[in-house]
Ligand binder design. Structure first.
Ligand code: PLP
Length: 326
C-alpha cells in the first residue's frame, strides 16, 4: 500500500452517528414518501427519502455541515473553501453561514447565474476562474494558503461521507429494516456513507449505486478493483459528472456495495416526469438515478422493502419545463 493510501482515515458507523448528532435540528429530517403506482409497477414496497426537500435543495448540506462543524474552532474561524458550481457550493455556503464561518467558493465564470446568486445569497464570497485558461485547483490552493482556509471537497473526505450517511440512518429509523437500499453515485460520498449506515442499522441490506451510463467509471472501478478515471462525461446528471471515485469512497464501496448499475439520460427524463406527475415532486436529473434503475427493472425488488434516495431538486424551471414537456 502506498504511504498516501495507508494514512487515509476511513469513516466508520460511529462517525455517521456523530454526524447525525451534529446535524440534528439544523438539517431537515426529510420526509419518507411512498407511491402505490411505483409499488404496483415494481412489485416492491418502495420508500423514497426526499432529499430534494433538504436545505439548499440537496443531501449535500449534510456532509458540508458535518465537515465544517468537525473542524477545530481555531481552524474553522479562518474559513473554508470549496470548488464547485453545483450543489456542494450551495451546501457549503449555507452551512458556513449558519456556523458563522467565512466561505470562499471557486466557480467557473460561466456557471449558471442562478447558482452564483444562490451561493452569494448565503453569504459566501464567490471567486470566479476561467475554466479554459485557469487551473481551479492551483487557484484554490493559492487562496487557501494565503488566507489559511481549509478545503472541503465534495465527496472525498471522511466527514463528508459520514454526513451523507445520516440520510440512510434516518430513513431506516423510520421504515425499519430494509432488504435493499438504492443510492446515487457520482464521486461516491452518498453511496459510501449510506453503505456504512445500512450495514449497522439494517444488517443484510443489499446496497446498490446508480450512475449515468455515459459516466460509468464507478461501475468499471467496482468491477476492475481499481479507481478508473474517465474524461468529464456528457450527461444530464450534472451532479454525477465526476471523472473518478475518491481514495476514501472507493474502498468503502468495494467492501460494502452489492453492485453498481447505470441508466440512460432518457430514463432519467422519464423518471423526472414520473415524479412530477405521480408524486408532485421536482427532482433534478441526478436525483432520479436510483428510481430510474428500479422503475426500469435493473434491481429485482419484487416483494422486497426498498429504500430509494431522491438526492436533490435543484434545476432551473426553464430546463425542467423543457425536459418534462419534450
Ligand atoms: C453530488 C450529488 C450526487 C452524487 O453524490 P456523490 O456523493 O458525489 O456520489 C447525486 N445527486 C445530487 C443531487 C448531487 O448533488
Amino acid at each position: 500500500m502506498s504511504e498516501a493510501a495507508s494514512s487515509l482515515r476511513l469513516p466508520t458507523f460511529a462517525d455517521v452517528e456523530r454526524a447525525a448528532a451534529r446535524i440534528a435540528g439544523v438539517a431537515h429530517r426529510t420526509p419518507v414518501l411512498t407511491s402505490r403506482t411505483a409499488d404496483a409497477r415494481t412489485g416492491g414496497r418502495l420508500f423514497f427519502k426526499a432529499e430534494n426537500l433538504q436545505r439548499a435543495g440537496a443531501f449535500k448540506f449534510r456532509g458540508a455541515y458535518n465537515a465544517i462543524s468537525a473542524l477545530p474552532e481555531a481552524v474553522r474561524r479562518r474559513g473554508v473553501i470549496a470548488y464547485s458550481s453545483g450543489n456542494h457550493a450551495q451546501a457549503m455556503a449555507l452551512a458556513s453561514q449558519i456556523l458563522g464561518v467565512p466561505a470562499v467558493i471557486v466557480m467557473p465564470h460561466d456557471a449558471p447565474a442562478m447558482k452564483m446568486a444562490a451561493t452569494r445569497g448565503y453569504g459566501a464570497e464567490v471567486v470566479l476562474y476561467d475554466r479554459y485558461s485557469q487551473d481551479r485547483e492551483a487557484l484554490g490552493r493559492a487562496l487557501a494558503a494565503e488566507r489559511g482556509l481549509t478545503l472541503i471537497p465534495p465527496y472525498d473526505h471522511p466527514d463528508v461521507i459520514a454526513g451523507q450517511g445520516t440520510l440512510a440512518l434516518e430513513l431506516i429509523a423510520e421504515t425499519g429494516p430494509l432488504d435493499i437500499l438504492v443510492a446515487c453515485l457520482g464521486g461516491g460520498g452518498q453511496l459510501a456513507g449510506c453503505a456504512l449506515a445500512a450495514a449497522e442499522a439494517s444488517p443484510g441490506c443489499r446496497v446498490y449505486g446508480v450512475e449515468p451510463e455515459a459516466g460509468n467509471d464507478g461501475q468499471r472501478s467496482f468491477r476492475e478493483g481499481r479507481i478508473v478515471r474517465i474524461p468529464v462525461p456528457q450527461t444530464l446528471a450534472d451532479g454525477a459528472q465526476t471523472t473518478h471515485l475518491g481514495a476514501h469512497t472507493f474502498p468503502i464501496i468495494q467492501a460494502r456495495v452489492a453492485d453498481i448499475l447505470t441508466v440512460s439520460d432518457a430514463q432519467l427524463v422519464e423518471t423526472m416526469r414520473f415524479f412530477a406527475e405521480r408524486m408532485k415532486l421536482i427532482v433534478e436529473p441526478t436525483g432520479t438515478l436510483p428510481t430510474a434503475a428500479v422503475l426500469n427493472g435493473l434491481v429485482d425488488v419484487a416483494d422486497k422493502r426498498v429504500g430509494i434516495v431522491i438526492s436533490g431538486g435543484n434545476i432551473d424551471l426553464a430546463a425542467f419545463a423543457r425536459l418534462i414537456g419534450g
